[in-house]
Design a protein around this ligand. Structure first.
Ligand SMILES: [Zn+2]
Length: 358
C-alpha cells in the first residue's frame, strides 16, 4: 500500500524512530537522511514544555526548523497520560482532558482534545494523532471501559477541531484515530467501530502492546482486523524486529519505537545473521554488545553487508575503544548503524518479491 501525505507518496510498511523533541539524540538531520530512515515521530506534549511549539511555529514549523523533508508524525501525548499520570500520578485525567504536572520542572500543562490538535497543527506535522486515554493491558475492565468512552468522545472533538483548523487548506495533514480497549475484545470492537464511523485517514493500535514482558500478539492481531483494510494501520510503540515482522503479517504497515536509538546508546547493536534475512525465523537478527572485551582487537565492521557510515569507516575495535572511554561521538556512530539496520529491514519488507507471504 502507498500512503499519500501532502506532496509525498510513501510506500508502506515503514518504521519511524522517535525524535521526541524534534531531534534524534546525537544525530543531526543530515545523519538521519543518510540512514534512509522512513520518517520521524515527534511528541506534542514534550514540545509544549517551555513553549517549544511556539518557537518552532515561528520558525516555519517542524520541517523547516529541523531542515527535514521526510514525513513526520506528531504523537498526541496520550501515551504520556498513561506513563506519567496513570502510572505515576503526575497529574490527573478527566473527561475534559489530561492535566500534567511534569516531574522534571514542575510545569503544569493541560491537554484537551482541542488544545492537542491545535498544538500538532502548529508543529506542522504530516500526520496528527487524536488525543487518547492510553491504558496498560493489566488495568481492569472498568478502567478500560472508561478509557474507551473517553477515547471515542475525544476523537470526535479532535476531528471537529481538525476540520475547523484545516478548512480550505490545500495540503492538509492527515489525522489518525487510536483504538484503545486493553485486552478486552468487546471494548476494542466498540472503540474501533465508533472511530470508523467518525472517519479517519488511518487507524492506530493504542495501549501498551506488552504484558509481563510478552508481546500481546493476539489482541494486536484482533485489533488490526477491526480496522478498514484500505487505510494505513499503525502499530504504535511496536518496535522489536520480530514484533514488527509478525505485525506486518497481521496487516499493520506503520511502526514507531524508541528501541533502535535507545539500544544504540546502551551499546546494543543489531545485525542480520544472513546475507538475506529469513523473516520466518526469529533468529534473522542478533544483538551485539559492543563493549564486550572480545571485540577489543577486532578489525571487522559491525556487519559486513551494512552500508552505513559507521560500518563503512570504523571497526569493532575502534567502536569498543570509544565506548570504553565514553567518547560522545560513539553514541552517534552506534545510532546511525541501528537506524540503518531498521531502514534496511523495512526496505526488505517492502520488497514483496522477496517476501510474498508477508
Ligand atoms: Zn552499519
Amino acid at each position: 500500500m502507498n500512503l499519500a501525505i501532502k506532496d509525498k507518496n510513501i510506500k508502506l510498511p515503514v518504521f519511524f524512530p522517535d525524535a521526541t523533541h524534534g531531534v534524534i539524540k546525537g544525530l543531526d538531520t543530515i545523519d538521519i537522511n543518510n540512514t534512509f530512515t522512513d520518517g520521524l515521530v515527534v511528541n506534542a506534549l514534550h514540545l509544549l514544555i517551555d513553549n517549544k511549539i511556539d518557537h518552532l511555529s515561528q520558525n516555519g514549523g517542524i520541517h523547516n526548523f529541523m531542515g527535514y523533508e521526510g514525513p513526520i508524525i506528531s504523537d498526541s501525548g496520550g501515551f504520556q497520560a498513561m506513563s506519567l499520570v496513570r502510572r505515576r500520578n503526575n497529574g490527573k485525567l478527566d473527561d475534559n482532558g489530561v492535566f500534567f504536572k511534569l516531574p522534571t520542572n514542575g510545569q503544569k500543562i493541560i491537554l484537551t482534545p482541542e488544545s492537542c490538535i491545535e498544538a500538532q497543527y502548529k508543529i506542522g506535522s504530516d500526520i496528527i494523532m487524536c488525543l487518547d486515554d492510553c491504558t496498560d493491558p493489566s488495568e481492569s475492565d472498568e478502567e478500560q471501559n472508561t478509557s474507551v468512552k473517553r477515547t471515542i468522545a475525544w476523537a470526535k472533538r479532535c476531528k471537529e477541531k481538525y476540520l475547523e483548523l484545516t478548512d480550505g487548506m490545500k495540503e492538509k495533514p492527515l489525522i489518525f484515530g487510536i483504538v484503545q480497549g486493553g485486552n478486552n475484545k468487546l471494548l476494542r470492537e466498540k472503540c474501533a467501530n465508533d472511530l470508523v464511523k467518525l472517519g479517519f485517514d488511518g487507524y492506530a493500535y493504542g495501549g501498551w502492546p506488552v504484558q509481563n514482558n510478552v508481546f500481546i500478539g493476539e489482541i494486536v492481531e484482533f485489533t488490526s482486523e477491526l480496522m478498514p483494510d484500505d487505510k494505513p494501520k499503525y502499530a504504535m510503540g511496536v518496535g522489536k524486529p520480530e514484533d514488527i515482522i509478525v505485525s506486518c503479517k497481521y496487516g499493520y504497515d506503520m511502526f514507531d519505537c524508541v528501541l533502535p536509538t535507545r539500544d544504540a546508546r546502551h551499546k546494543r547493536l543489531y545485525r542480520f545473521t544472513n546475507d538475506l534475512p529469513d523473516f520466518n525465523n526469529n533468529n534473522f537478527y542478533e544483538y551485539v554488545h559492543i563493549s564486550n572485551a572480545k571485540y577489543i582487537n577486532s578489525k571487522e565492521p559491525i556487519e559486513k553487508n551494512c552500508d552505513c557510515h559507521t560500518c563503512k569507516n570504523f571497526s569493532f575495535g575502534y567502536l569498543n575503544h570509544l565506548f570504553r572511554i565514553k567518547e560522545q561521538s560513539v553514541y552517534r556512530l552506534a545510532t546511525i548503524h541501528n537506524l540503518r539496520f531498521y531502514s534496511r529491514m523495512m526496505s526488505y519488507l517492502r520488497d514483496q518479491s522477496l517476501f510474498p507471504t508477508i
